[in-house]
Design a protein around this ligand. Structure first.
Ligand code: SF4
Ligand code: SF4
Length: 449
């Protein structure tokens, strides 16, 4: 009987320590609600433990034994059976996307211009909804601007800066070719991207299915056929500040987006210039926009993460709380392999982004097929309509996603557990709702709004 008491006491100690760590992390992360709830669990466990000690013998031994037994069952469920992780499902031929169909390109069109007439002549089905949305004031424009003139001016200044980077994406290739092995090149390029500010970086072969067919935005002529024959893609991500994202959908979010796009542009332009100096062709792809390829699927192929319900890339350390960057090149490199993080299964169980999307633009059901891929298809028009209503790029879905939690040992441990078993996934989804709220409250950003 004594052994039951020892094992039960050990289980209590382990649980109490876990909640103590959780409370401390919540305090550091300024998550008040989470702190109080985890502290309540901590106190509750202490009271139960004390009650068990007061129970007469042998009842106390049975009680402690039961706690230990339940804990062992819990651990078994946590690891067995291991999660069968599905890859992203490619179910048909992936056709190239025309950048002119991308929502931002459509809203760059000015009514009455030749490009406007050409586009809606070819795609009349998009005209009604686009013209309706055009009537809503633009992102960063008046009257949104008046809600927070300083922050909207700052975001506008960031996007102005980006506009000036759009012509910096390509240039002369130096004649001397510095020869190194593909393995050395890969290490060098990844290290340099990280040195310049990338948080994660990966490489893939450039799949032509993810190269846009025609120019829709930027300095190149509208409608020009895109020829991008580089062999490799170097994709990277920069983390967005959680404090800024937690103010979604207000002004700090768009300031943070602008800042991270500027960082991504700087990294991609310098890395592309560096590679050209080594004697190999390279092109940067910059937001604002001068992209010639689709970043989320290329980042997935490069091992940066998986595409989730939210429609964007979910990375291992920061979830969707990142902005992506890209360089394409002929410098010989070693491709990474796409990761399986269990995101497909997690998103199947969790609908937190769909539940909290103010535009109801994220599907809360099953995947459907689009361009040869089975995925959750975002209603891009409704999402963008809300952006114009808010005057920012919203980002509520990024904020509430459980994967967006800070990149620290505690949350990394939870993310690792969720990668291992179905039970751990269900448990972490419920725990996220219980401790952080089914609809987490927006917070004051470090900029005071
Ligand atoms: S950005 Fe906002 S509106 Fe768009 S899908 Fe996410 S939550 Fe919905
Ligand atoms: S909120 Fe949930 S369903 Fe949405 S992307 Fe994040 S994990 Fe997936």
């Amino acid at each position: 009987m004594e052994i039951f008491i020892v094992l039960g006491e050990f289980t209590f100690l382990l649980l109490i320590c876990s909640f103590l760590v959780f409370s401390l992390y919540s305090l550091i992360e300024k998550e008040k609600r989470t702190f109080w709830r985890s502290t309540l669990f901590l106190v509750g466990l202490g009271v139960v433990n004390f009650g068990f000690r007061l129970a007469p013998s042998p009842l106390n031994a049975w009680l402690f034994g039961a706690v230990f037994g339940l804990f062992v069952i819990f651990l078994i469920f946590l690891f067995v059976p291991p999660l069968k992780k599905k890859p992203v499902e490619i179910v048909g031929k992936q056709e190239k996307v025309d950048e002119r169909d991308v929502i931002f390109a459509r809203f760059d069109l000015i009514e009455g211009t030749q490009n406007y007439m050409d586009y809606y002549g070819r795609k009349p089905e998009n005209r009604k909804v686009d013209d309706e949305i055009r009537k809503i004031p633009d992102i960063l424009a008046t009257p949104h601007f008046e809600k927070s003139p300083a922050l909207f001016s700052l975001a506008a200044a960031e996007f102005d800066f980006l506009e000036h980077q759009l012509t910096q994406v390509q240039g002369e290739v130096f004649p001397e070719s510095v020869r190194s092995s593909p393995s050395d090149n890969t290490h060098l390029v990844k290290d340099i991207a990280k040195y310049l500010g990338a948080d994660i970086c990966g490489v893939s072969l450039l799949d032509q299915a993810y190269v846009y067919s025609h120019v829709g935005r930027g300095p190149e002529p509208f409608g020009q056929k895109i020829v991008l024959e580089h062999k490799y893609a170097v994709a990277f991500a920069v983390e967005m500040d959680l404090g800024m994202v937690a103010s979604a959908p207000r002004a700090p979010v768009v300031v943070e987006t602008g800042k991270k796009y500027v960082e991504a542009a700087k990294i991609s332009i310098i890395v592309a210039r560096f590679i050209r100096r080594l004697g190999y062709p390279a092109r940067a792809h910059v937001a604002g926009s001068n992209y010639q390829a689709m970043l989320p699927p290329i980042a997935w192929m490069s091992g940066l993460g998986e595409l989730g319900r939210i429609g964007i890339l979910i990375t291992e350390r920061f979830g969707p709380r990142v902005r992506l960057g890209l360089v394409t090149t002929d410098l010989p490199l070693i491709p990474d392999v796409p990761k399986r993080l269990g995101v497909q299964e997690f998103c199947q169980r969790c609908q937190k982004c769909a539940r909290n999307c103010p535009a109801q633009a994220i599907p809360d059901g099953d995947k459907s097929e689009e361009s040869g891929v089975r995925k959750w298809v975002l209603n891009r028009e409704e999402c963008y309509r809300f952006w114009r209503k808010a005057g920012t790029d919203c980002a509520m879905c990024i904020y509430v996603c459980p994967y967006s939690k800070p990149d620290n040992s505690f949350h990394d441990f939870i993310r690792k557990m969720a990668e291992r078993s179905s039970f751990a996934q269900s448990l972490s989804i419920r725990a996220d709702d219980l401790f952080y709220g089914r609809s987490p409250r927006k917070k004051i950003s470090p900029l005071g709004i």
